[in-house]
Design a protein around this ligand. Sequence first.
Ligand code: COA
Ligand code: MG
Length: 339
Amino acid sequence: MLLSKWTEINVNLTSITRTHQSRTYCLQAAASSPTYTPRRAMLYVPGNDERKLKKITTLQADCACMDCEDGVALNRKEEARHTILKMLDDLELPHLDRAVRINSVDNPTLAEEDLKVIMQAKKLPATLMVPKVNEAEQLTWVSEKLREALSGRDVAEQMKLVIFIESAIALLSLREILARGVQLSRDSPFVLDGVVFGSDDFCADIGATRTADASELLYARQKVVTTAKAFQLQAIDLVHIDFKDSEGLRKQSLEGARMGFTGKQVIHPNQVAIVQECFSPSPEKIDWATELVKAFEAHQESGKGAFTFRGSMIDMPLLLQAKNVLKLSQTVSRHSAPS
Ligand code: COA
Ligand code: MG
């Protein structure tokens, strides 16, 4: 039954047309950067828990979010940032996005101290995650503090920045926040790469009650994904808190993928494989793309422009979609390879 649902959704994706724009943009955003970082599953790991941090090396998650923020008690913050610092340097994590979530800018003392300590790592994190961004000015603050924390260091590449939208005001200001992030990315130690929807803080902020089908979050999720895609950024969907409910997780993951999200937050290792499967191009989709590209090349050689493939007229946008699917599938399979 699960398999048939999965197949049905992917068959729908196989017959992708211009009416399936959100999926298309997802793949375009995915493939537009030469250094695309897949974050199909973004696994939270409490920064003060050395056992769980070490466990990351055995997991196949695309992204480990080593957490200084809400996964860590107030009296463990100092321990968390120093444990993460040690793990960044000690752990071999070649196939994974090494991300660190600092405390929110609302709490500048904690956030600044996180940056000061974490940016001492010999092997810097690839991604900086900043929670509870409510206004554009906060990104300017992060840019300045990150620059200070990295001063005197020879940093070869900009760090990727992923921000969290977790309140009503953040949702309303999202366009300005992302515009500022993109503008800062031109001359800053970070380059804005994605947006996470922080659903539980968002519910608390607007006074919503969580339900099993998350219908109370539909507007916010659609706004996050649409705005992120307008800026060609990744969009990372809500957490499925009940980590023992794999059927519910699969359903919600497929729903998020259909909406255009590129990945999902996870809290437990058991959630990783399901989520990554749901956010990967399906075998049917990869086959469609492979055959389409071959057919296009054959028609080009014989001097024909537009042609019919599996009952549909093929033109340039569909060819680009097919190429994007192939690029994305190659990237995620490289990242999924065991180390
Ligand atoms: N990252 C890495 N490893 C994890 C993990 C995580 N997020 N969650 C569990 N594990 C490990 C456990 O250490 C355990 O390994 P072990 O058998 O070698 O000790 C194994 O996976 C099985 O874990 P389990 O016993 O089922 O769960 P738990 O009781 O240890 O932990 C949670 C349950 C929910 C506390 C834990 O999954 C967790 O801390 N998740 C992250 C929560 C978080 O950060 N929330 C804030 C953002 S929403
Ligand atoms: Mg939060």
